[in-house]
Ligand binder design. Structure first.
Ligand code: PLP
Length: 371
């Protein structure tokens, strides 16, 4: 038998595949139970924006045709929204796609890329696939004012001649930790121009508008800044796969050279176009999230469990002991959460905020398992 693993690119041989949340259908098959709720993948419990669903219906007749490879209509709406020209936008098959494009476009095996401990698993995968070096910077401790967050001074100090890229998620997944506008702005100001800062804002919409830390306002100030956004979370379109990057056109030009010609499908384009300005839906998603977050935080207080204060649609809860048996027990009771041992957090589970009823069910299950 040929050793195909040995034939793989050196970086790929060392790669650990991404571990997704358990799908409802899989748990149904395994345990034969019904009424399962999934609070494992930071999906929107309200479903998709109704405007997006309508747009998809209208697009069905066109499925035999290739999508618009330039995504003209969507880019036009996004350009207006962000007050930039269309050539500042790169569309992706989920923002995951654009994160990978940045790594592919700018990293070689001789470069290194930086990210924080406990940050999004896609960063190390994108870096490792290329065989570039990792600079993983230790996160702040549980005792810090902002626990398990990016240590920006440490990141700044670690930048060297090899550093080409820095990935920062704000708010971060899986911790929910977040950075303030001033500290983030100061940090980006201090990064030399030959280092690209990727600011991943997948959860931005979960902050009230007047509290958002919106890196897109700094795009003109920093030509080495890339801001990524997604339709997967607050817009409720995770299944369609659409996201985008905002950057200086010279960076967008590089990304555009390597992306697949039709990387965003036609249903996704139509849905995203319709959803962008559905402020009512975003507002509703945020309100449901705020309420559900309170319910879960209160439950943690009652049970004496610590957690990381979160600006996302999920909470990282520390169970103070191996969380795997707790995860298993909750599965048996029909509630899927997300283990984060692969992130180096074996005592924690990441729990996505659901609708009120789902949160009631979650709380009952947590009390049964931990009380
Ligand atoms: C969910 C998430 C994304 C979005 O992924 P998509 O590919 O757009 O679905 C990006 N970054 C972070 C930190 C996330 O948690």
């Amino acid at each position: 038998m040929t050793d195909f693993k040995a034939m793989a690119a050196p970086g790929v041989q060392q790669l650990k595949p991404y571990i997704p949340g358990k799908p409802i259908s899989e748990l149904e098959r395994e345990l034969g139970i019904k009424n399962i709720i999934k609070l494992a993948s930071n999906e929107n419990p309200l479903g998709p924006s109704p405007k997006a669903m309508k747009a998809i219906q209208c697009e069905m007749d066109e499925l035999a045709l290739y999508p618009d490879g330039n995504g003209f209509e969507l880019k036009k709406i996004l350009a207006e929204k962000h007050d930039v020209d269309m050539d500042w936008i790169t569309l992706g098959n989920g923002s995951n796609d654009v994160l990978v494009l940045v790594a592919e476009g700018f990293l070689t095996a001789n470069d290194s890329a930086m990210y924080s401990q406990y940050s999004f698993a896609v960063y190390p995968i994108a870096i490792q696939a290329i065989g570039a070096s990792h600079q993983m910077i230790a996160a702040t401790s549980w005792d810090d004012e902002r626990p398990l967050g990016c240590d920006l001074p440490a990141m700044k100090a670690a930048i060297n001649n090899q550093t080409r890229l820095i990935f920062i998620a704000n708010p971060n997944n899986p911790t929910g930790s977040f950075l303030q506008a001033d500290e983030l702005h100061d940090f980006i100001s201090s990064v030399p121009n030959h280092v690209i800062v990727v600011l991943d804002e997948a959860y931005l919409e979960y902050s009230p508008e007047n509290e958002r830390v919106d890196g897109s306002q700094w795009l003109r100030e920093f030509e080495n800044l890339v801001v990524t956004r997604t339709f997967s979370k607050a817009y409720g379109l995770a299944g369609l796969r659409v996201g985008y990057a905002l950057s200086h056109p010279d960076i967008a030009n590089v990304l555009n050279r390597i992306r697949q010609p039709f990387n965003v499908n036609s249903l996704a384009l139509a849905a995203a176009q319709a959803a962008v300005n559905d402020r009512e839906f975003i507002q509703q998603s945020m309100e449901v999230n705020t309420l559900g977050m309170k319910v879960l935080e209160n439950c943690c207080h009652r049970l004496g469990l610590r957690y990381v204060p979160s600006k996302g649609n999920f909470l990282l809860v520390d169970f103070g002991r191996d969380a795997m048996p707790i995860y298993q027990r909750m599965l048996e009771l029909g509630v899927i959460t997300r283990p984060v041992a692969n992130y180096g957090l074996p005592d924690c589970l990441r729990i996505t905020i659901g609708k009120e009823q789902e949160m009631m069910r979650l709380v009952a299950v947590m009390e049964q398992v931990c009380g």
